[in-house]
Design a protein around this ligand. Structure first.
Ligand code: NDP
Ligand code: A1CAB
Length: 267
């Protein structure tokens, strides 16, 4: 494997790093650039990777993964711009930041791929969507797919859809965690211990997700099969509808999309 440089070893960077190591990438083939020395030391101790300067990383790596916060991409690019050449590939996971932002700051012809992964990469169940920038060719998309497929599913979509993708699958795990958290609280309300409530809800979430994926059946049909006439589920559904949960989700995901667009314009 060509050497790979990871810029930013935070939550998402670590999720990708852990997946690459599980998939068999050698520690010697990955270098990390991390602002926090404490965080860098942790990544070295856990994954065996070397933490190096930005200049050293660019000098050695064919593929550069940018996993710093969108707010930090500009400063990072100021440092990288004079160092990166057109035979290197830049893979950005930063929410909202368009490939054009990179292309305007890097040497002419540098290929940039915008990716929106998610944290289930930690358990090899990520959903990653990749989009090619102006100079990215089939070989670059294939390289990004090879990088991401060990940690989950990968789809190619036009970059114009990346803000919506960010709102759906990038942030998506957080909505499910939020729902699970609220359902466990409901268990507490009903007098079930937190440990038991968590067990019941997490297994139900896993079962529901597996049914959705493995049967390919529409969620409406799966929900109807649970909803017995005059039964318990319809009593709950009535409350969910009365509280506008469907509409809240539409508004929430639209707000996340809007924030992604905003992040792309702020920096
Ligand atoms: N978390 C998620 O679920 C997802 C995140 N993303 C994207 O991934 C990126 C990272 O997010 P996340 O991991 O949550 O954020 P984190 O803040 O956890 O990680 C970013 C890391 O990069 C470090 N950093 C900042 N600037 C530099 C620099 N110039 N050189 C080296 N390291 C630097 C930060 O240090 P310090 O702590 O000092 O700031 C931090 O350790 C974001 O752009 C986000 O949009 C995409 C999909 C999902
Ligand atoms: O909250 C965020 O901005 C990042 C991007 C998608 C998920 N987490």
């Amino acid at each position: 494997m060509d050497t790979l440089a990871l810029f930013g070893g935070g939550k998402l960077g670590e999720a990708l790093l852990s997946g690459l190591r599980r998939a068999g990438a050698a520690a010697e083939d990955i270098v990390v650039v991390e602002r926090s020395s404490e965080r860098g030391a942790f990544l070295t101790s856990r994954y065996g990777v070397r933490v190096v300067s930005a200049a050293e990383a660019v000098a050695h790596a064919r593929t550069l993964i940018v996993a710093v916060k969108p707010q930090d991409v500009g400063t990072l690019l100021d440092a990288l711009a004079p160092l990166v050449s057109a035979d290197q590939l830049v893979v950005s996971v930063a929410a909202g930041i368009p490939t054009k932002y990179y292309e305007q700051r890097l040497a002419d012809g540098v290929a940039v791929i915008r990716v929106m992964p998610n944290t289930p990469a930690l358990v090899d169940e990520a959903m990653s969507v990749i989009s090619a920038g102006a100079h990215a060719e089939e070989k670059h998309l294939a390289a990004a797919e090879a990088l991401l497929s060990p940690v989950g599913k990968v789809r190619r979509l036009p970059e114009s859809q990346q803000d919506a993708v960010t709102a759906l699958s990038g942030s998506g795990p957080a909505y499910f965690f939020f729902l699970v958290e609220a359902m466990i609280d409901a268990g507490i309300l009903l007098g079930i211990s937190r440990e038991v409530a968590a067990d019941l809800i997490v297994q139900s979430a896993l079962g529901a997700a597996t049914m959705l994926r493995d049967t390919g059946t529409h969620p409406v049909q799966l929900r109807e099969a649970v909803t017995s006439p005059g039964g318990t589920t319809i009593a709950a559904i009535r409350e969910l509808e009365r509280h506008g949960v469907r509409s809240a989700l539409l508004d929430a995901i639209e707000a996340a999309r809007d924030r992604s667009v905003e992040l792309g314009k702020l920096y």
